[in-house]
Write a protein that binds this ligand. Sequence first.
Ligand code: SF4
Length: 366
Amino acid sequence: MKFSTNSIVAIAAIVASGATTTQAFAPSHYPHRTSVSLYQSTEVSQESTPTTEKKPTKKEKRLQYMKDPNFHRKGFKEVRPNVEKTMETQFKSPLVDELKTSNYVIERDGVRVHLAKDFGFCWGVERSIALAYEAVEHFPGRTVHITNELIHNPEVNDNLQKMNVQFIEKLGEGKKDFSKVEDGDVVILPAFGASFEEMSLMNEKNVEVVDTTCPWVSKVWNTVDQHQRKGLTSVIHGKYGHEETIATTSFCEDYICVKDYKEAEMVADYIVNGGDKEAFLKYFEKAVSKGFDPDTMLDKVGLANQTTMYKKETRAIGQLMQKAMMKKFGPVDAKDHYLEFDTICDATQVSKIDLLSSIFYESSPA
Ligand code: SF4
């Protein structure tokens, strides 16, 4: 998989104007928002924290939780060889091996079977499974819980159940029953991550936390933290009910989620033309932060995404936001109103595109 680092995609208008993103995102005029130094770096810092005396941000608190000796992110070396063997037994398939050695296509009884060239778990998922399995082996005799499905794969979740991992019960409306988590237990956080509230709760309890969050997901959390510091509202391309987006929004202050380009157009239209505020808020009722005001909170926005969304659509939504800001504030000032970091994970995109293109290529007329 491609694993780009802290590259920043600045909008074309910013580049063209020669202005820096630091200049572009001076402190917001909104009184409720955190101000930011004009000299602050625009790089997506993974671990840095400011030294001012103000109330710590959610990111700063998360980093504090992660420093706790009971918080584990790197796995447990002594059980790794065993876990590697287990994973090989569970996930290795003779059929897949045959497909890979047959140019990714085989034919049986008149049925042609294609295999995507990038078939298999992405790096983040493989890491998450390994960390979860290692946690179970490293803490024998302890009750192990998981806050959600580890990944969206029934086989993997069934395996965890067979290993006696307890799935935290969902109570509806985003609530969960953590009452069964007791002192000394182990709690696994899944690949999509856990919300800020859940991390805070685990930090209060006397438990071992094993964090399997994919680093690409926490990179998005760092991005929304940057938005907050720069006085921007996060426009998140994602589904507000998806576990990953629930976690991401929990690290935001002001946000709006758009599930697709059509919803992004509604937001862009409101930015440019305003509109029926009540109807807008009714439509995005579950997709916005508490107290969201589209009349004041859409003046400066930054883009973030749910890592599983389609990359081309995320990019198109980014362009739509840029254009909306250009229309509203003019091409020169637009740079003060939109910011985009590259947080798109290529892993799922590659698999989807690869599978589709191989089938399309096969079925297209010569
Ligand atoms: S963010 Fe990318 S690498 Fe991480 S789990 Fe999702 S698809 Fe895999």
